[in-house]
Design a protein around this ligand. Structure first.
Ligand code: SF4
Ligand code: SF4
Length: 56
């Protein structure tokens, strides 16, 4: 299990600043989560203004 960022992402960077394991980086048009690094804590979803990170 890991979180995944949807196309609703507006690339604000708030999630990356909150991720405890540095699993989030800026991708092409949106931020992306490294599924192998994500520990499913939900901090990114809590920080996101548009609810783009979703639990898979
Ligand atoms: Fe990082 Fe937690 Fe979001 Fe996974 S769920 S990407 S560990 S903030
Ligand atoms: Fe995208 Fe939400 Fe992360 Fe901002 S907090 S970069 S809108 S996923």
């Amino acid at each position: 299990m890991a979180y995944k960022i949807s196309d609703d992402c507006i690339s604000c960077g708030a999630c990356a600043a909150e991720c405890p394991v540095g699993a989030i980086s800026e991708g092409d048009g949106k931020y992306v989560i490294d599924a192998d690094a994500c520990v499913d804590c939900g901090a990114c979803a809590a920080a996101c203004p548009v609810e783009a990170p979703q639990a898979e």
